[in-house]
Design a protein around this ligand. Structure first.
Ligand SMILES: [Zn+2]
Length: 104
C-alpha cells in the first residue's frame, strides 16, 4: 500500500493538480489580482521547474497591476521584507581581506 500511496502522491504533483478553488500557480485561494503566495511550496517548485531559480516576491506579483504591486511592496516592507533588494538568484556575498597577506 505504501507503494500505491507514494505513486499517487507523485501523480498528483506531476499533473500539477491543485485543490478546487485555489490558484493554479500557487495552490492558495486568492484573488487573481493579488500576488501568488511566494512561500507556497507548490508555487516555488512550479516556478523553479519553469525558470531554474526560486521565485522572489517580484515574481509572485509580476502579473499584478502597478497599484497592487506598490500596495504589496509597502505591506511587505512593513513586515521587514524589502522587495526591491531581493536578489534574483541565490548568491553568497564573500568579503576577502588582503590585510593578512600585506603584512607578510
Ligand atoms: Zn497564486
Amino acid at each position: 500500500m505504501g507503494y500505491l500511496q507514494d505513486r499517487h502522491g507523485v501523480m498528483m504533483v506531476g499533473l500539477g493538480r491543485v485543490p478546487e478553488g485555489t490558484c493554479p500557480e500557487c495552490a492558495v485561494p486568492h484573488d487573481p489580482k493579488m500576488p501568488h503566495n511566494r512561500d507556497s511550496l507548490a508555487y516555488q517548485y512550479k516556478f523553479y521547474d519553469e525558470n531554474g531559480r526560486w521565485p522572489t516576491w517580484m515574481d509572485a506579483m509580476a502579473h499584478c497591476d502597478e497599484d497592487m504591486k506598490q500596495t504589496w511592496i509597502k505591506a511587505l516592507r512593513e513586515k521587514g521584507v524589502v522587495v526591491e533588494q531581493e536578489p534574483a538568484t541565490d548568491y553568497i556575498n564573500i568579503e576577502v581581506s588582503l590585510e593578512d597577506t600585506e603584512d607578510v
